[in-house]
Design a protein around this ligand. Structure first.
Ligand SMILES: Cc1cc2nc3c(=O)[nH]c(=O)nc-3n(C[C@H](O)[C@H](O)[C@H](O)COP(=O)(O)OP(=O)(O)OC[C@H]3O[C@@H](n4cnc5c(N)ncnc54)[C@H](O)[C@@H]3O)c2cc1C
Length: 365
């Protein structure tokens, strides 16, 4: 018999895999819904709203897609993000169109973009900070317009205060590919994420108990093993210190208008507004409705813990928790908060399936 703390995509996938192999599982979830941060619901107008920010499923490994396809059909959806800067929309990640529009030049082909950008890139003796990385890729103007203030809002630090590794993977696209993700499969669950999760836990061997914190479970000893998908630092009462998360204050608004913005997600890279982006949900499922729901995201140090702050101090602290957890024989830590890592949904599913396999074989005891 297994106990799982957390009914997010990690906990639900582990539960589904264990139950499918004849194990009994109880999931306790402290919120009043399943799905963790991927939870969505439908408004009275039929609009799917994602309570913890826009989530797009993208994956290249076909076996993960096939696994989830047992529980949902899919609406093909290729995600585009734009940034609104001084009244104009620019594709993000920065690509040929962004550069041409921003500088008012006509760059015909990739080679022309490379040459143009090469003249803008700042040559530095040493690339040490995130600012250095971006200046050497994009040059001063694009950095200032699209990266500097956005980073400050997102992480509460300017790029010059962040290690180079934080922004190292910002891509430059020399072509005009406008899509945000590169994966072969990009889609949304046809009836939403929550419906998919409901089907995953709809099994006689799975019991889901909502509104229940793991800390309040009194019969923990009656379970063979616990899979804890909440915060590892919280599990240990923060006694080795707190792991930092950047949080998001999600502010929703329902507007009596058909459309608010021409794209599903618009980034606001400038310092003139405090939020980082605005999502208009009805774009995702292409719905006609007289009203619309938008979400503005205000990064903060309070609110929903969303992004683990990956720096040296936090990683060292996390390692100390990991060392400590090695003494546990009946608890394993999983998911984005248990492992203190940013995980996409597809990665969470992959890791959860692997964990269920190793639990059944006794490898993770
Ligand atoms: C703003 C944002 C946008 C994102 N967009 C995408 C995207 O477009 N595509 C993508 O692939 N990924 C995206 N992600 C990542 C995605 O949210 C994660 O992959 C996913 O949430 C990981 O699931 P999880 O189960 O590990 O964690 P969670 O979703 O956090 O679930 C953990 C669950 O455990 C519960 N819990 C915690 N502690 C306890 C406790 N003590 N007792 C009981 N229950 C507890 C929590 O309430 C929660 O329900 C995004 C993340 C963020 C923050």
């Amino acid at each position: 018999m297994y106990l799982i703390a957390g009914a997010g995509i990690t906990g639900i996938t582990v539960a589904e895999r264990l139950a499918a192999h004849g194990e009994d599982v109880t999931i306790v979830e402290k919120r009043d819904h399943i799905g963790g941060n991927c939870y969505d619901y439908r408004t009275a107008d039929g609009i799917f709203v994602q309570r913890y920010g826009p989530h797009i499923f993208h994956e290249t490994d076909q076996s993960i897609v096939e696994y989830l396809s047992q529980f949902t059909d899919w609406l093909p959806y290729r995600h585009k993000v734009v940034a609104l800067y001084r009244g104009e929309y620019y594709p993000i990640p920065i690509n040929k169109t962004t550069i041409s529009r921003f500088f008012g030049v006509d760059l015909e082909h990739e080679e022309a973009v490379r040459r143009f950008l090469a003249a803008k890139q700042v040559e530095l003796d040493e690339v040490r900070t995130s600012r250095d990385v971006v200046l050497s890729k994009y040059g001063e103007e694009l950095y200032e317009a699209f990266v500097r203030h956005y980073t400050k809002k997102q992480w509460d630090h300017y790029p010059e205060e962040l290690d180079r590794s934080i922004l190292e993977r910002l891509p430059v696209r020399y072509d005009d590919n406008p899509y945000y993700f590169n994966d072969a499969f990009q889609a949304l669950p046809g009836e939403g994420y929550t419906k998919m999760f409901e089907r995953m836990v709809d099994h006689p061997r799975i019991r889901v108990v909502l509104d229940t914190d793991f800390a309040d479970v009194t019969d923990r000893d009656s379970y063979e093993k616990t899979v804890f998908t909440g915060r590892i630092d919280q599990y240990y009462g923060f006694d080795l210190g707190e792991l930092q998360y950047r949080c998001i204050d999600f502010r929703f608004e329902t507007l009596n208008t058909e459309h608010f913005q021409p794209y599903p997600v618009v980034n606001y890279p400038g310092p003139e507004v405090e939020y980082t982006r605005c999502t208009e949900f009805k774009h995702f499922y292409g719905l006609d409705a007289p009203r619309t729901v938008i979400l503005r995201e205000y990064p903060s140090w309070e609110g929903e813990p969303s992004y683990p702050v990956i720096n040296k101090a936090n990683q060292e602290r996390f390692q100390r928790y990991v060392e400590r957890s090695r003494n546990e024989t009946d608890v394993v830590f999983a998911g984005r908060s248990g492992r203190f890592r940013y995980l996409n949904m597809n990665q969470a599913v992959q890791e959860a399936r692997d964990l269920a396999t190793s639990l059944r074989s006794g490898a993770s005891s």
